[in-house]
Design a protein around this ligand. Structure first.
Ligand SMILES: Nc1ncnc2c1ncn2[C@@H]1O[C@H](COP(=O)(O)OP(=O)(O)OP(=O)(O)O)[C@@H](O)[C@H]1O
Ligand SMILES: [Mg+2]
Length: 254
């Protein structure tokens, strides 16, 4: 289970994100980036953040710590911006929070170096979860003195939008031609050799256990949150072994 905190103050909207994430303070005095359950993209975006974030972390990649944030819509009453007020009002209950990395800069492929090993691990991970949101236009990586941090995994696992077609969808290749790390000679083969054997049923059981039940309840075709957790695990386990052979668009590709 992710740690649960209670929002005590809405600080400001983060103007950069398409889903309008906000900055909040919580009862543990932490500052968190809040992803709203009432945002247009819906709660599946939050499930994707948890599955991918917790999996990436266990594979040794840097991801800000995730928490669940209980939000009382009353916090929106003092918010002058109509759009933000609406989001706060429609997001009562369980939302997603992540540690705010103060002092982090947005990743810029021109200004920063990334070694082929690290680039390979990130590209391989993005191929595994089919992340379409790590392009040079919108890298969704932050840079701090302690290294590269991965954020924003809402647009991954496209198969969770159509479960009956999930197996077929998860068998498809990954197009890395727009990937923000494409020019750093990502060593995908080494990443696959190192990471694929770690993507086991046990690991996925641990990862999917972190998804709050409330975001899983009521999904058509599933009798319980447990069944849906297994459905999240299956395509990732199936993809892990061979996805490196289906990454297209990298320089030097065979
Ligand atoms: N944990 C964090 N620490 C510091 N800044 C963050 C953090 N998470 C997000 N940000 C900042 O907020 C911006 C928006 O966050 P994020 O990309 O997660 O939102 P989004 O709405 O999904 O964005 P997108 O427009 O890519 O769909 C980031 O580009 C980054 O500048
Ligand atoms: Mg983003």
């Amino acid at each position: 289970m992710l740690k649960e905190v209670i929002a005590t103050r809405f600080i400001a909207p983060l103007r950069e994100g398409g889903s309008l994430p906000g900055l909040i303070e919580a009862d543990d005095l932490g500052t968190y980036v809040l992803k709203f359950t009432g945002a247009g993209q819906g709660r599946k975006t939050l499930v994707a953040e948890v599955v991918c974030g917790e999996l990436a972390r266990r594979l040794g990649l840097r991801v800000p710590r995730l928490v669940t944030v209980e939000l009382d819509p009353v916090l929106g009453l003092g918010e002058p911006d109509q759009e933000v007020q609406q989001l706060l009002k429609s997001s009562g209950g369980t939302n997603l929070g992540m540690d705010f990395l103060s002092g982090a800069l947005g990743f810029d492929p021109i200004a920063f170096e990334v070694d082929p090993g690290e680039a390979g691990r990130i590209v391989w991970f993005d191929a595994l979860v089919n992340n379409v949101d790590r392009s040079w236009r919108n890298p969704n990586m932050l840079r701090r003195s302690d290294g590269l941090w991965l954020i924003d995994h809402g647009a991954t696992m496209i198969w969770h939008h159509n479960w009956p077609g999930a197996a077929a969808s998860a068998a498809r290749p990954y197009d890395a031609s727009d990937h923000a790390l494409r020019t750093f000679a990502p060593d995908v083969a080494s990443a696959a050799a190192d990471l694929a054997p770690q993507v086991t049923e046990d690991l996925l059981a641990e990862v999917t256990a972190e998804i709050p039940d409330v975001w899983l309840a009521g999904e058509q075709g599933f009798g319980s949150p447990g069944e849906l957790r297994s459905a999240y695990a299956r395509p990732l386990i199936a993809r892990a072994a061979t996805v490196h052979q289906r990454i297209h668009g990298l320089e030097g590709e065979q």
